[in-house]
Design a protein around this ligand. Structure first.
Ligand code: 5GP
Ligand code: MG
Length: 202
């Protein structure tokens, strides 16, 4: 997770009294369920027609944890369009406090599936500074991947540090902290079926 004064995550609630309940604060809607579903279908149509994913062995690698719901929908949409990829998961985390992007990414879970001589479809939730996608792409090439095709649900170009553009992007995203559809704030909101913005209390 990364952020700045403008889009860093608000401080977590500190009362500690309520557990595993739907948070009180409803995020401000940014992308609705139907907008996301329509866009996922469009992405799947384009990705299923991408020859890089069909001319040689390919697999999908899902960046944990924020991409898990997006990936679930995207992979089913790909299957319906004739592309059935093996799926594995990669854990990536930024060093630091979570409120600043320090540019150092570490691997917290290595995929078990073989990457060598494969095309990797990397699925992530958001590209922000670009460090995470850049790290993952280099990691897969170092592991012997012949091609890395990147797909993100959201692109936040405002604070890009690394000049890297995903091959497939769901939506351009404003410089805000977003939650829902798999993405959390302090562990909350992952199950929210749409994407919304949360802001620190004024
Ligand atoms: P980057 O390395 O590109 O700066 O950061 C990418 C990662 O930071 C994303 O994969 C995501 O895990 C996290 N991230 C960046 N912006 C947001 C945001 O607005 N909301 C949430 N929940 N995570 C974010
Ligand atoms: Mg992520």
């Amino acid at each position: 997770m990364s952020g700045s004064a403008s889009s860093g995550p608000p401080s977590p609630a500190s009362d500690g009294a309520r557990h595993n309940v739907v948070p009180d604060a409803l995020p401000e809607p940014l992308f609705t369920e139907s907008q996301i579903a329509e866009r996922v279908g469009e992405l799947a149509g384009a990705i299923a027609a991408d020859p890089r994913l069909t001319i040689r062995p390919a697999l999908a690698l899902v960046a944990l944890s924020g991409a898990f719901i997006f990936a679930g929908d995207l992979l089913r949409a790909l299957y319906k369009r004739g592309l059935d990829l093996p799926v594995d998961f990669i854990g990536l985390a930024s060093y630091g406090t979570g409120t600043t992007t320090e540019g150092t990414v570490r691997l917290t879970r290595n995929p078990a599936l073989e990457v060598t001589d494969h095309t990797v479809l990397l699925i992530d939730d958001i590209i922000d500074s670009g460090h995470t996608l850049n790290f993952a792409t280099h990691h897969f090439f170092d592991a012997g991947a012949v091609e890395v095709v990147t797909c993100v649900l959201l692109d936040k170009p405002a604070r890009r540090v690394i000049s890297i553009a995903p091959d497939y992007t769901g939506f351009q995203c404003p410089d805000e902290f977003v939650v829902g559809y798999g993405m959390d704030f302090a562990g909350e909101y992952r199950g929210l079926p749409w994407v919304g913005v949360i802001r620190p209390p004024l």
